[in-house]
Design a protein around this ligand. Structure first.
Ligand SMILES: Nc1ncnc2c1ncn2[C@@H]1O[C@H](COP(=O)(O)OP(=O)(O)OP(=O)(O)OC[C@H]2O[C@@H](n3cnc4c(N)ncnc43)[C@H](O)[C@@H]2O)[C@@H](O)[C@H]1O
Length: 156
């Protein structure tokens, strides 16, 4: 980690994408968000698996996830949150550096539904809203910086 970049596995996260920093962790916007507001929280130390984290690191990570999640849910006018960790490649982890996904989930009608992906796929209007059919492309540094600037105004 330098002042300009934060390490996220093999990637360098530019400081303009980072919107919240503590002693042991940082929160940053996603290169390819699955939905609006999909962000990541990560320990500063490059630990690959949850089991590699110290008690202090895991405590701080979840405290930040709680805080960021609450504020992003409100900002994105969402009604639920999804917190996720893919812990190891067989569980879908593509970046070998522990991170919590935080995804604001927008529709209360779907909160209790276990088959929500299927329902969303059948609901054209909601699908458009969540942009599920849109290809997830890498965003520009400028677009990510703009999103992080917004979050810095209220995440503290
Ligand atoms: N240079 C960079 N700067 C910023 N972000 C960067 C990056 N390089 C990679 N990422 C970002 O790092 C994450 C790696 O996640 P990962 O190692 O856990 O593996 P991925 O399979 O890449 O993760 P995702 O598909 O982004 O997300 C997985 C989680 O989101 C949920 N999810 C995925 N698609 C969803 C959808 N359409 N709706 C709701 N939830 C969804 C899943 O349930 C799961 O919990 C990705 O979000 C990637 O965009």
């Amino acid at each position: 980690m330098t002042n300009e970049y934060y390490d996220f596995g093999p990637y360098k996260i530019h400081h303009s994408s980072v919107f919240y920093i503590t002693d042991l962790s940082f929160a940053f916007v996603n290169l390819r968000p699955a939905m609006p507001g999909h962000v990541l929280v990560c320990p500063k130390r490059e630990a690959k698996r949850v089991a590699d984290l110290t008690a202090d690191e895991i405590t701080e990570l979840w405290i930040i996830a709680q805080k960021v999640g609450k504020q992003l849910e409100s900002y994105h006018k969402a009604s639920s949150l999804r917190f996720g960790i893919q812990d190891g490649p067989q569980a879908g982890q593509t970046v070998p550096h522990v991170h919590i996904h935080i995804i604001p989930w927008p529709n209360a009608d779907y909160a209790k539904n276990d088959d929500k992906y299927d329902e969303i796929n059948e609901n054209e209007e909601l699908k458009q809203k969540l942009a599920l059919d849109k290809e997830r492309k890498d965003r520009s540094l400028e677009e990510m910086a703009k999103e992080a600037d917004e979050y810095r105004k209220f995440v503290f």
